[in-house]
Write a protein that binds this ligand. Structure first.
Ligand SMILES: C[S@@+](CC[C@H](N)C(=O)[O-])C[C@H]1O[C@@H](n2cnc3c(N)ncnc32)[C@H](O)[C@@H]1O
Length: 256
């Protein structure tokens, strides 16, 4: 498997901003450029990750026992399966990402980790994910699934019709399933400089306003408090100063 170290990759930039170790100099440079363009970038990725933790706990505490995490990212402790399995044994987790480095690290991490899998696939081809044998081995689509699309849809352009992709995934889910969604936005601060940093990366950053993010939740009933900035989704600590500028929306919806 060839790892391209000549261009910044979203997974590795995110790892750098989260304080991880799995990135290269190009990613570090892009991360620093992002932090210069958006001073709360580090706070923002942390808020996004913490939202994911709280939302996964919510899904498991609501009775969901299967998680399909698309755009899973590099392993970052605690990982989704660890959060879920900490609450109750036997939660089945399929991770999906289109970056080979995520697959390589995931393979190493998940060896012997119970009912989990990691699949190299692209959210732009949802059918390939839904039918993938390593997804099917772990996920039974006749039962409720928590579908995580966390900080991934903003890497899709409008021309790739992300609403259609989410609808196709939603239609495959059984009643009682949940969508855990987060998405980058420029609604709270001008983010054009941050967007420009991704001009050199393997994926573009497509910030979307509230109404566009809301549209991804069509067909789901939002659980309280609805679509909010990530730090405001059922916070378990006081959001840090400056968090009102964080450019990530988060929401959890339930398919009835
Ligand atoms: C910012 S990270 C988010 C990681 C994790 N979901 C989280 O929020 O902590 C985005 C991830 O989405 C992946 N990604 C980007 N475009 C993708 C695509 N078209 N299909 C699948 N994964 C994609 C990247 O490789 C990266 O690992």
């Amino acid at each position: 498997m060839r790892i391209d170290t000549s261009k910044p990759h979203p997974a590795r930039i995110y790892d750098y901003l989260l304080g991880g170790k799995d990135h290269y100099p190009v990613d570090q440079e892009a991360g620093e450029a992002l932090a210069a363009a958006a001073p709360e970038a580090r706070m923002g990725v942390r808020a996004n990750r913490d939202f994911l933790h709280r939302a996964v706990r919510h899904a498991v505490q609501s009775g969901v026992r299967q998680i399909l995490d698309i755009g899973a990212g590099l392993p970052t402790s605690p990982n989704v399966h660890e959060i879920a399995q900490d609450l109750t044994g036997g939660v089945r987790v399929a991770y999906v990402d289109n970056d080979p480095i995520v697959k390589a690290h995931g393979d190493a991490l998940l060896r012997g980790e119970g009912p989990t899998s990691i699949v190299l696939a692209d959210v732009r081809e949802p059918r390939g994910i839904l039918d993938h044998p390593d997804v099917r081995r772990v996920i039974d689509f006749a039962e409720p699934v928590a579908l995580c699309l966390v900080a991934v849809l903003h890497f899709l352009t409008d021309a790739e019709r992300p609403e259609r992709i989410v609808a196709e995934l939603r239609d495959a889910l059984a009643p009682g399933s949940m969508l855990i969604l987060s998405h980058a936005t420029g609604d709270f601060a001008d983010r054009r400089d941050a967007q420009a940093v991704y001009g050199q990366a393997t994926a573009t950053l497509n910030l979307r306003p509230r109404a566009r993010v809301e549209a991804f939740l069509d067909g789901f009933t939002l659980v309280d408090p609805g679509l909010v900035q990530c730090p405001d989704w059922r916070p378990d600590t006081t959001p840090p100063a400056g968090s009102e500028r964080i450019g990530f929306y988060g929401a959890v919806g339930r398919k009835d």
